[in-house]
Design a protein around this ligand. Sequence first.
Ligand code: NAD
Length: 480
Amino acid sequence: MDDAKGGMFVDGTWQPVSGGVLAVIDPATGEPWAKIGRGTPGDVDRAVCSARQALAGPWGKTSPAERGALLMRISQLIKERHGELADLESRNTGKPRRQAEADITACARYFEFYAGAADKVHGETIPYDPAFLVAVVREPHGVTGHILPWNYPAQMMGRSVAPALAMGNACVVKPAEEACLSVLQLAALAATAGLPPGALNVVPGLGEEAGAALSAHPDVAFMSFTGSPEVGTEVQKSCAQRQAPCTLELGGKSPQVLFADADLDSAVPAIVRGIVYNAGQTCSAGSRLLVEQGIWNAVVQRLQQAFGALRVGRPQDNPDCGPLISARQKERVQGFLEQARRDGIPLVIQAALPGDLPMGGHYVAPTVLGPVPPEHPLVQEEIFGPVLVMQPFEHEAQAIALANGTAYGLMAGVWTADGGRQLRLARAIRAGQVLVNSFGAGGGVELPFGGVKKSGHGREKGLAACYEYSVTKTIVIRHG
Ligand code: NAD
């Protein structure tokens, strides 16, 4: 891997930052193990200038087909460096090695998908007055800003910048301070693949410093933010000051609705995986389980078996559940568990933590709680850890009301053999994605993804992202 040396990747090269360095903590041990740069507003400004110059230079003159070829080369290089990138991602985030491998594969897939899309996003002509030709063309915004979270750094990088580059924008990325090493390396790989200097810049640093400077920068024409609703609100306010559009991919409290006629053999493993994967630190985690009353006891029994068998452990040992990202995140999750205990919420099952885990590691035992009343914070707030809360329902209408009964609307799972009910639930649940008889974090690269309500607005993934990262211009020609 290239050596970041605590710097930023700007203008096609490693550069020092002005704000010194920040320590990177190993989630598995709680010990510092690397350093990253602490980018300042001045560093962000240098990156934005570089992006502007790229648009005025060779990058701004590339054809869609050339951009597609470049993105394909980036994808190829990611595949060639798959093992090293997965090691880095696993160490930095604490996620089990196998999950980090899947993330790097997904990152490569984003560049591949948008390589193919670069020259296939067409404009249109509009039948109008016969004396006119009307063409609607799609153009890049210009400089796009990308603020990323720590839970899937490499995947979020691919998801966000690949469509932006495909559409001809120049990107400035501010990854999360907790986990940004793979993001920096990906920018260096893109330069190796031949991406012109300034087309893709990464400035590491703190949210309130580098992140705030990026979202407020007058030359950033479009912002893509993935993170918490609180910070998303600030980013949106900042964009509003200069009327810059933004997409917000925020949190979720996604319901899994389990009817009595569902195939429990396939539903229960998917439900367990839906909350334990990435230690529950997934925006689209299935963190609420709505269970039809008649099968409550059977489902409890199955969950007790499944959670009882879960392996919590060090990332390199490929457990079912690794450590959380930080001591702060661990405290947050433990705070919710403590509140559950104080409020007398029944504990369904808590997995065992092995005794030999490093003392300073950020491990939390996967836990199932329920029944939990609909208004309780465990149901209403995003815990962002391996904690599943159960809610009983008696009939379909109640299930729909409970599913829609939070401020969030990112994703939902529906488990039933009844075709009519599948369709009714898919239509009635307010969410950006509804999966029937399956569940996976965000679905495939091809599938538009994003939220409604407090989960945000705008769409990533699929061709939908190409429309977000471009803007239409209507050209009206009077030819007589
Ligand atoms: P966060 O909002 O604290 O941080 C996200 C990013 O914003 C980081 O890069 C951070 O440095 C930056 N930031 C912090 N303060 C800022 C400011 N004032 N101005 C500009 N940038 C600032 O969130 P997090 O803790 O990194 O991630 C967890 C949250 O992200 C969860 O709520 C989760 O649901 C959400 N998330 C959503 C998706 C999605 O696609 N919907 C994906 C991943 C994570």
